[in-house]
Write a protein that binds this ligand. Structure first.
Ligand SMILES: [Fe+2]
Length: 432
């Protein structure tokens, strides 16, 4: 009979393999030339992401957890994200595609051996396989980054996926979330990262929150009303950016007769009216919300709408409960190459009746990225703490390109308010 440790080991092995299958798919879909090229100054060449994934896996699991000899100490510096900004990475003497593939395979062989020989308890780093979970999430996060790079590359389409399910339930308007405390963050989620910890009480005044993310049709109405030319709706910083960057519509949108078309993964078509808008920056989201007479939710408001169960007073792991997502609850994991229409996931709604909080599009919140009360950096300051402050805004909920392993009700993403190459959308809130 399998022991608990054996069950955990086999779960880790499955998750590592699933992440690698996705990495392989994203890096084998293009030719060698495409792998080494930089498709946008905001992104690394795909071959950098590939070897960086292997290098982090080597550092944490082969050397740190396993105590084994380094595989390639000589390349640590090349793949240290803090040493080289993305724009400089193509100029580095990176491993070529074949060498990078051999490297990540060698590291993975060693890691599976380390997994077999590691007690998954005793220190915080290995307790309930935390370090392995961190590496699974890291690879999945880079897979989402690589998917964003695919969206920025030009040329014939190379990715294929079936369309997401259509809308089955009308989901409109907003819901009132009554005032009161709820538990934000987590102390018990085994693979939660340091910035999600610890669980703490937050007293949230009453507010309304949209039952669904803002759709293409709603966003197009803002465009057609001249929202991009009207300073009233924009914050000072947002208006400055709107003008200097020449923003006139979400990224990848273009005029198509009297409507709009967009290009996604190399294919251009009319925007789908009831699909959540994606590829907007924080400032665009903020301006839309002001035009609509609303505002962006705070991070606490987003999480309370997603996790708080008024019947029990406790916070769930996910809007639908504590069980990991099924295919009919959330659009995650690159199963589809686009967000699903609003109303496509009634089974994924929260107890408050808020839909599509998990998956589809990352949702901008109005909150800066800070540590929770009692925050402790783990396992290293560079994971989160060095990003705390007012430079970054928090995004919640994951996108169609986020894997379930790196997505839960407590998960926090952060980015600069001008960024929109990520799969970012939003929903609105208002005071009660
Ligand atoms: Fe990384």
């Amino acid at each position: 009979m399998a022991t608990e440790t054996e069950t955990l080991r086999s779960l880790v092995a499955t998750e590592l393999e699933r992440a690698r299958d996705r990495t392989v798919l994203l890096t084998e879909a293009v030719d060698e030339d495409d792998l080494v090229r930089q498709h946008s100054p905001l992104m690394s060449p795909l071959v950098w992401d590939l070897a960086h994934v292997g290098n982090q896996e080597e550092l944490w699991l082969v050397r740190d957890v396993g105590g084994r000899e380094p595989v390639r100490r000589d390349i640590d510096e090349l793949y240290d994200a803090f040493k080289h900004p993305r724009g400089d990475r193509p100029q580095l003497p990176l491993l070529g595609p074949a060498e990078a593939r051999r490297y990540v395979a060698t590291v993975r062989d060693k890691v599976l051996d380390v997994l077999d020989h590691t007690r998954l308890d005793g220190t915080p780093l290995v307790e309930r396989a935390f370090a392995f979970g961190m590496i699974v999430q890291h690879e999945q996060q880079h897979d989402e980054t690589m998917l964003a790079t695919h969206q920025l590359r030009t040329g014939a389409p190379v990715l294929q996926a079936p369309p997401p399910p259509g809308s089955t339930t009308p989901v409109t308007g907003d819901v009132l979330i009554p005032a009161g405390p709820f538990t934000m963050g987590t102390t018990t989620e085994p693979w939660a990262l340091d910035n999600e910890r610890p669980a703490h009480q937050v007293d949230v005044p009453a507010y309304f929150i949209d039952r669904a993310p803002v759709t293409n049709e709603q966003y197009a109405a803002f465009l057609d009303a001249g929202g991009y030319d009207d300073e009233r709706w924009w914050s000072t910083a947002g208006w400055r950016h709107r003008r200097s960057a020449g923003l006139s519509a979400p990224q990848h949108w273009q005029r198509d007769g009297d409507g709009w078309a967009y290009t996604r993964f190399g294919r251009t078509s009319r925007i789908v009216p009831d699909e959540p808008v994606v590829h907007v920056c924080f400032y665009e989201a903020e301006a839309y919300a002001a035009w609509a007479g609303k505002r962006l939710p705070t991070e606490a408001e987003w999480e309370k709408a997603a996790r708080f169960d008024p019947a029990t007073g406790r916070s769930r792991r996910f809007p639908w409960g504590d069980e990991p997502p099924t295919a009919d609850q959330a659009n995650l994991g690159q199963r589809h190459l686009r967000p699903a229409a609003v109303g496509a996931y009634p089974a994924g709604a929260s107890p408050s009746g808020v839909h599509q909080l998990i998956g589809d599009v990352w949702e901008w919140t109005s909150s800066d990225f800070h540590g929770y009360p009692g925050f402790a950096a783990f396992p290293y300051r560079e994971y989160s703490e060095v990003f705390f402050g007012s430079d970054y805004k928090v995004l919640r909920g994951g996108s169609f390109g986020t894997d379930a392993a790196a997505c839960r009700g407590t998960f926090r993403n952060w980015d600069y308010p001008i960024r929109r190459q990520i799969f970012s959308g939003f929903r609105c809130a208002r005071d009660a």
